[in-house]
Design a protein around this ligand. Structure first.
Ligand SMILES: Nc1ncnc2c1ncn2[C@@H]1O[C@H](COP(=O)(O)OP(=O)(O)OP(=O)(O)O)[C@@H](O)[C@H]1O
Length: 701
């Protein structure tokens, strides 16, 4: 049994139910020996994880599994206690019992959870979890809010004392004592307000980072066949995160924390001014009611403006991406017309929102003034009846300012922000509803190299809203087989390959590797064993080296250059002064179509899969480069399974078996020579004969 450290760490993570990022191993650039006592620390450092924690005391049963260092054997997985003095461990040479002693090196790895690993049902729940996960910030900010509100009362008490005690008796000493107290209160207020703002801003950034990481990872895990067609629109929907964050994780939320204090202030006002409290008791609920009404009025327009805004972004992305086609075909006017229509729609709805927002602003302003005047008028009668002092009346007007003040003044903004955020949340919910590559209710299985082969059983797949797709009652591809897939344009070859690669999930039936359904295989294992090369190999921004080494564990320049030499990519490296550092710009520009294909083929040579699925890998290459690259690929992967879609009959000499796809179904399946023979035009009318459903290979299975 071999147990290299990376496999050991992967197995440990799986035992602990932690799903690591699929490419976590790619960060490990040097070999880590199992018998290196520092290996777990080195691994964590390279992978960017927190340092492992060494057990200082005797571990409890709940602490297992973890790593244990066994003399002469090196690191192993400590599974559990086996009796009071022994620990059961899986070592490089099998199961072992390790005697517990005080100096035994037992280590707990600090694995990070892969982003998006938690299963949230709604976007609101994602934000709520991120905010509630910061209890300390909530407690501190709430405490600060309480103090700020209590300090606000001091101003009113100060004014009351000055008008009732200081002015009638001209007692300047009292004035200065009160003023000193007031100055101190103002200083504390200043400090606490700033601390609160600082605290919230700090946490808002970390909430933002956590939430955006979650959504980015979730967006990436959306199953390819379920992805909505508008990429730009989807990107804009994700950008809506910022609006939601601005409302949910910013100081404006703490304005709402002032809400309960409005009641406290009314109680205090009742204590000072008695019946005067009737005025804010009427105007405050009126303001809240009006806010709810305005938010209802704004909601629909905000949503429509948001949807059109997202589509505007989609159109922009499309116009930039398809610039060549648009320019070459005079499509600019068509795009501009679409753009102008969307801009008009956005403006129409935004203007409506702005109108309601202005109206709400002036309504709340009037309500504040009405409350102020109302308190003065009622207060005058109360003062005349000696039920209220002058100072009391002034204090009541100040308190009324606090009740209706910051919260009511902030309402118009908050309503608009919330309306847009609400619409963004709906868009984010629609992303969360899309099926994921890794359903959370499924336990992922690990697997090593494929021993038997790939089977498709009763597989049916159709694109959403379309009739086309694939329908394969049965197909088995044996380990080591070289299979070609041919068929006319749009017959379903690429779709079949993507279903085989597990990128598209069939609606019915199963694709299995050694009997295990591929949707149940842990993603890192699946992508190591099953390599899929798409028809158009897209490059990512960065350097050529980054693109060649993407997701490859242990890449180094010698390996990259050796692989490039074999496919012919080295020609490009020779021509370019920057070599492997050749920059690839955003969108993957910088190389020709053929060079891009060579990058994809070179990268293949750096992998060690069981099965290769190649979709027209050499469509963009000249005959010479094509031959060279395919000889290298088929030579290098001689013992592996290779399935290759192609339109070129001459490439079928590389394969032993050919599948012919017509309308998403297997029309022929057999040895290359037999199939080519059958496809050769025959003089007799028997050429149109129906093809039997079962191939010799299938029957064997
Ligand atoms: N994303 C999609 N949404 C809806 N229909 C699609 C989508 N992609 C492909 N199709 C349809 O599915 C059918 C099969 O397409 P597929 O790309 O598998 O054909 P193909 O045999 O690989 O063609 P080609 O030789 O041109 O590459 C076609 O009719 C195509 O229009």
């Amino acid at each position: 049994m071999t147990l290299p450290l990376l496999d050991l760490a992967g197995a440990l993570a799986r035992r602990r139910g932690i799903r690591l990022a699929p490419d976590w191993q790619s960060a490990v650039t040097i070999d880590l020996a199992l018998d290196d006592p520092e290996a777990p620390w080195r691994l964590s450092e390279m992978a960017g994880w927190d340092a492992p924690v060494a057990m200082e005391t005797r571990p409890g049963p709940q602490d297992f599994p973890m790593l244990v260092y066994v003399n002469q054997l090196g690191w192993a997985m400590a599974e559990q206690w086996q009796g009071p003095d022994h620990i059961r461990a899986i070592t490089a040479s099998g199961l072992a019992e390790v005697e517990w002693a005080a100096g035994l090196r037992l280590v707990q790895m600090s694995f990070p959870e892969a982003a998006g690993a938690e299963n949230h049902q709604s976007a609101f729940a994602v934000f709520r979890a991120a905010i509630l996960g910061r209890r300390r910030m909530i407690v501190d900010a709430t405490a600060a809010t309480v103090v700020i509100n209590v300090l606000a009362l001091i101003t009113s008490i100060y004014s009351m004392q000055v008008y009732d005690r200081v002015i009638p008796r001209a007692s300047y000493d009292t004035l200065w004592v009160l003023t000193a107290g007031m100055a101190f209160a103002l200083l504390v207020d200043f400090l606490i307000r700033n601390t609160r703002a600082f605290l919230i801003d700090e946490e808002a950034s970390s909430i933002d980072a956590e939430v955006s990481e979650y959504f980015f990872a979730r967006m990436q895990s959306v199953r390819l066949d379920a992805r909505p067609p508008g990429v730009g629109t989807m990107a804009a929907q994700l950008r809506g995160l910022e609006q939601v964050r601005a409302v949910m994780a910013s100081a404006s939320l703490f304005i709402l924390a002032d809400l309960p204090f409005a009641l406290l202030f009314m109680v205090v006002m009742y204590g000072i001014g008695g019946s005067v409290v009737i005025i804010p008791a009427l105007t405050f609920p009126l303001a809240i009611g009006a806010a709810m009404l305005f938010s209802r009025m704004i909601r629909e327009d905000a949503h429509k403006s948001q949807v059109s805004g997202n589509r505007k972004n989609g159109l922009l992305v499309e116009a930039l991406g398809a610039a060549e086609t648009i320019k070459a075909n005079l499509g600019g006017w068509h795009m501009l017309a679409g753009w102008n229509r969307l801009v008009d729609t956005v403006h129409r709805h935004d203007n409506q929102v702005r109108r309601w927002s202005t109206l709400s602003g002036s309504t709340f302003n009037v309500l504040q003034q009405v409350a102020y005047v109302g308190i003065i008028v009622l207060g005058v009668y109360e003062v005349a009846d000696h039920r209220l002092t002058m100072g009391g009346l002034i204090a009541c007007t100040i308190i009324s300012g606090r009740i209706n003040g910051p919260l009511v003044a902030a309402l118009p903004n908050l309503i608009v922000q919330w309306s847009y955020a609400r619409s963004s949340l709906q868009a984010l919910d629609s992303i969360l509803r899309l099926p994921s590559d890794h359903p959370h209710d499924r336990q992922m299985l690990r697997m090593g190299p494929v021993q038997a082969g790939m089977r498709l059983a009763n597989v049916q797949f159709a694109y959403p809203g379309a009739h086309s797709g694939v329908d394969i009652p049965g197909l088995f591809i044996n380990r080591g087989e070289k299979v070609g897939i041919i068929g006319s344009v749009g017959s379903g070859k690429s779709t079949l390959l993507k279903v085989m690669a597990g990128l598209y999930a069939p609606a019915v039936g199963q694709v299995t590797l050694d009997g295990v359904e591929i949707s149940q295989i842990a993603e890192d294992d699946l992508r190591r064993q099953l390599i899929y090369l798409p028809q158009s190999f897209d490059l990512l921004s960065g350097s050529l080296r980054d693109n060649l080494a993407l997701g490859i564990a242990n890449p180094n320049d010698e390996r990259l250059l050796a692989a490039a030499q074999r496919t012919g990519l080295s020609e490009l490296l020779r021509q370019h002064p920057m070599g492997l550092d050749l920059p690839i710009s955003e969108g993957g520009f910088g190389l020709s179509g053929g060079q891009r294909a060579l990058v994809g083929l070179t990268r293949l040579l750096l992998t060690d899969p069981s099965i290769l699925l190649l979709d027209e890998p050499t469509a963009n290459l000249d005959p010479e480069s094509e031959l060279r690259a395919l000889q290298q690929i088929f030579g290098h992967f001689a013992g592996k399974t290779v399935v290759m879609v192609t339109h070129k009959p001459q490439l079928l000499s590389f394969v032993d078996r050919v599948l012919v796809v017509i309308d998403g179904r297997l029309a022929l399946d057999g040895k290359t020579a037999d199939v080519l023979n059958q496809l050769r035009p025959k003089p007799a009318p028997a050429a149109n004969r129906e093809v039997p459903g079962q191939s010799p290979q299938q029957e064997k299975e």
